[in-house]
Design a protein around this ligand. Structure first.
Ligand code: NAP
Length: 246
């Protein structure tokens, strides 16, 4: 358990899946948490209730909108006097492949997965305190070729580059920037793909441990990076795939 008492955290896409598990874990470790969501207000409110109404609040921002960062951080600023942990977790998935992807789909995925985290970090800069953490959630898809997911994968490649590049710049302020890259994790975003017969077993077999990832597997790694013990780790790309495709 990391001691995050007195720390503040913003987790994007915290209403469901991996983001939900991250918000709950950071909350359990003592942080006050801004629980960002897109459409699922009820789910976000459940996360807030589980952390405790006195230590968490829900904030809506549609991340495909150009003013997403302003809407999000404007609200965070009203609640917190500074930010210690920023987790860019929210993302949208696309599996239309090279031939099936339209320019509209491409632009939407880039807006949510790349533009939003970029401007969220930019807008959060004045709030981020000395010693704070930026943790971006990437994907195994930047290490292993997944042709159907080409658009999604290239947005995550941009997230990888963002982390390494900003780590160099923000180190001067004592801010670490790290990237956590999950493999296949059972969440709503993978439910449809994993529903086909045999898919779950095949995905589980990719991992050295022979099972699918759980949201908590990723949340625990994020908590590790958020802890003081990880203060000397920056520009890290943490393989959170359970040893997939080795
Ligand atoms: P998920 O279950 O689909 O949840 C996505 C979250 O992001 C939800 O809270 C959703 O909010 C929010 N979100 C999505 N699009 C949004 C938008 N346009 N505007 C605002 N909020 C939006 O996803 P997940 O599987 O937990 O994935 C979380 C992260 O892990 C993502 O970065 C994903 O790329 C990465 N990842 C996942 C896997 C996997 O196997 N699951 C593998 C590798 C990497 P609402 O529900 O409120 O709309």
């Amino acid at each position: 358990m990391a001691d995050l008492a007195g720390k503040t955290a913003l987790v994007t896409g915290a209403s469901r899946g991996i983001g939900r598990a991250i918000a709950l874990r950071l909350g359990r470790d003592g942080a006050r948490v801004a629980v960002h969501y897109g459409n699922n207000e009820a789910a976000a409110k459940e996360v807030v209730a589980e952390i405790g109404e006195d230590r968490a609040f829900a904030v809506r921002s549609e991340l495909s909108a150009p003013d997403a960062a302003e809407v999000l951080l404007g609200r965070v600023e009203e609640e917190f006097d500074g930010l210690d942990i920023l987790v860019n977790n929210a993302a949208t998935v696309s599996y239309s492949g090279l031939e099936g992807t339209t320019p509209e789909e491409f632009d939407r995925v880039v807006a949510v997965n790349v533009r939003a985290p970029f401007f969220i970090i930019q807008r959060a800069l004045p709030l981020l305190r000395e010693g704070s953490r930026i943790i971006n959630i990437s994907s195994m898809a930047t290490r292993v070729a997944m042709p159907r997911f080409v658009t999604y994968a290239l947005t995550k490649g941009a997230v990888d580059v963002l982390g390494r590049t900003l780590a160099a710049e923000l180190g001067a302020r004592g801010i670490t920037v790290n990237t956590v890259a999950p493999g296949v994790v059972e969440t709503d975003s993978t439910a449809a793909v994993l529903a086909a017969p045999g898919r779950k077993e095949a995905a589980a077999a990719r991992s050295a441990f022979g099972r699918l990832g759980r949201p908590e597997d990723i949340a625990d790694i994020v908590a590790l990076i958020a802890s003081d013990d990880a203060r000397w780790v920056t520009a890290g790309w943490i393989d959170a795939t359970g040893g997939s495709n080795l």
